[in-house]
Design a protein around this ligand. Structure first.
Ligand SMILES: Nc1ncnc2c1ncn2[C@@H]1O[C@H](COP(=O)(O)OP(=O)(O)O)[C@@H](O)[C@H]1O
Ligand SMILES: [Mg+2]
Length: 504
């Protein structure tokens, strides 16, 4: 008898429907799975066999063939255990194959027949909704699946509970929805940072325009503190952004307790992180740090310490907002529109320019250190500032400063000023503007243009450097709700361009 059910395969966070067919025919006892499955799927046979054994069933002593269709899509992961077991129960005549045909099924089986959590539940249940199919998933992930709005979700604890449901012996209760996190994780607040007014101002500009930012300064000057507080002054996530980010985290197996990701991600990978960990892919295709930072902040501390290969791999995502990773015989794409905040010491010892603490090789060591970051990467970082060291006794004298709530209000005002502009062009922030679009939105006053041209001559600005300045000036003008970029906006933009690197 032929019995079939459905599951999904993932390509990035996109979902491909997979039909799982089982045929039991006369012949020597065997159990084979075909259809480009990976090692985990091959091992699935043992888990299925054992789970059936646990509920008192043994595999028929016949020729069992499992086919995962379409046969040309690579399938990875342990979530095919449950659909294979279900289809097998249909083929063995334990269940009516019609009863579970119209479901997307996901779950890993334990040897005792328990159903274990797997990654990718959220996008799979959203897809089930689109296919107008029901959804079967592990019990503890029922609440995650519920976010898709699908109203036919079964979340059994174990295989026996699922069989009883389909036999009508004991109907499974609907999964419980979880409340959105009652205590929102409190974000770090800008008021913790004393002084550093110009760095804070630069951070605010970065939040308004979505600009990437590089902070250069000696150890202990507060760079990490500043970066960690950026999410607190970024606009709250829109509903569709929450779903998009949560899907990525679901595929990475990082959604906790059925909660969606409701706050802007902040990811700070260590500089030892491998390139696959950073951009995604590797043996088991998973989203990397830059995709987990999608719509949030990617903080790279000690930028020059990252391997050159890793940094170069960031260039494409910085430009396109997505990353494409090579697989054995295909490419998969993950979203990766993140805001890059990088920090570095000016030199290896960290104290270039700090009186009395500079090492004997200064300034040569600084040149070497800074040259580890390639020009094309720096070109993608609109705002580059120096963060000076504040002496401890001065820190003690500084009164409390503005909190994140006040700054966020200003950021939101500037964002709403930008709203009309982005309604008819395909970008969402000034940082994304380039070429024709940048010219279209810039609206440089003649005086501001003169300021820029004069500076370009003086500072040997490259074409790209020129555009960076216009983008930042555009954001500064937005913060004053000014349609035109005026000279003082341009002056300020020019100040966010670190000067020690010659020739841009
Ligand atoms: N402007 C500041 N206001 C308050 N505390 C500061 C400031 N700058 C530095 N600190 C203190 O110094 C510590 C180190 O700051 P950090 O952000 O880690 O520096 P960096 O990343 O530049 O090495 C912080 O944890 C904080 O206690
Ligand atoms: Mg630090």
């Amino acid at each position: 008898m032929l019995s079939a059910t459905h599951s999904v395969a993932f390509s990035g966070i996109d979902v491909i429907k997979v039909r799982i067919e089982i045929q039991i025919t006369k012949g020597l006892p065997s159990f084979s799975i075909v259809g480009l499955g990976d090692k985990a799927i091959a091992e699935s046979r043992e888990r299925v066999r054992s789970a059936l054994h646990a509920i008192g069933l043994s595999l028929p002593a016949n020729h069992i063939t499992v086919n995962l269709a379409p046969a040309d899509v690579v399938k990875e992961g342990t979530h095919y255990d449950l659909p294979i077991a279900l289809a097998l129960l249909g083929a063995m005549g334990v269940l009516e194959p019609e009863s579970f045909q119209n479901y997307i099924v996901m779950g890993e089986l334990g040897l005792d027949g328990s159903i274990r959590p797997v990654s990718g539940i959220l996008p799979a249940s959203v897809a089930a909704n689109q296919y107008e199919m029901g959804f079967i998933c592990p019990s503890i992930q029922g609440s995650e699946a519920l976010w898709s709005g699908n109203d036919t979700i079964l979340a059994p604890e174990n295989l026996l509970a699922l069989i009883n449901h389909f036999k009508g012996n004991q109907i499974l209760p609907a999964p419980e929805p979880v409340k959105p996190e009652s205590v929102q994780q409190t974000l770090l607040n800008m008021c913790d940072i004393k002084g550093q007014e110009s760095a804070k101002r630069a951070l605010e500009i970065a939040a308004v325009g979505g600009h990437n930012m590089l902070m250069v300064g000696p150890p202990g000057s507060g760079k990490s503190m500043l970066a960690a507080r950026l999410p607190s002054i970024m606009p709250p996530l829109r509903a569709e952004e929450i779903l998009e980010i949560s899907k990525i985290h679901s595929v990475a197996g990082m959604l906790k307790d059925g909660q969606l990701v409701t706050q802007r991600p902040f990811r700070a990978p260590h500089y030892n992180a491998s390139t696959p960990a950073m951009v995604g892919g590797g043996l088991k295709a998973k989203p990397g740090e830059i995709s987990l930072a999608h719509r949030g902040v990617l903080f790279l501390d000690e930028l020059p310490e990252f391997s050159r290969q890793t940094l170069e791999a960031l260039r494409q995502p910085l430009e396109t907002g997505e990353v494409s990773v090579a697989r054995a015989n295909s490419h998969i794409t993950y979203p990766a529109r993140f805001q890059l905040i990088a920090a570095m010491n000016p030199c290896r010892c960290g104290y270039l320019g700090v009186a009395g603490q500079e090492c004997s090789r200064a300034p040569k060591c600084a040149e070497e250190y800074q040259s580890r970051i390639s020009g094309p990467l720096l070109d993608r970082i609109d705002i580059q500032i120096e963060v000076p060291l504040i002496s401890p006794w001065k820190l003690g004298q500084i009164e409390a400063s503005e909190n994140s709530e006040t700054i966020l209000k200003r950021v939101l005002r500037a964002r709403s000023f930008q709203k009309d502009r982005f309604s008819n062009i395909p970008i969402h922030t000034n940082a994304e503007a380039d070429g024709v679009i940048l010219e279209q939105i810039a609206q440089l006053s003649q005086e501001a243009r003169d300021v820029l041209i004069h500076a370009a001559d003086l500072l040997h600005l490259s074409g790209r450097g020129f555009h960076r300045m216009i983008r930042v000036a555009r954001t500064i003008a937005d913060m004053e709700c000014s349609e035109q970029i005026l000279p003082h906006h341009m002056d300020e933009a020019l100040s966010y361009r670190k000067t020690y690197r010659k020739g841009e």
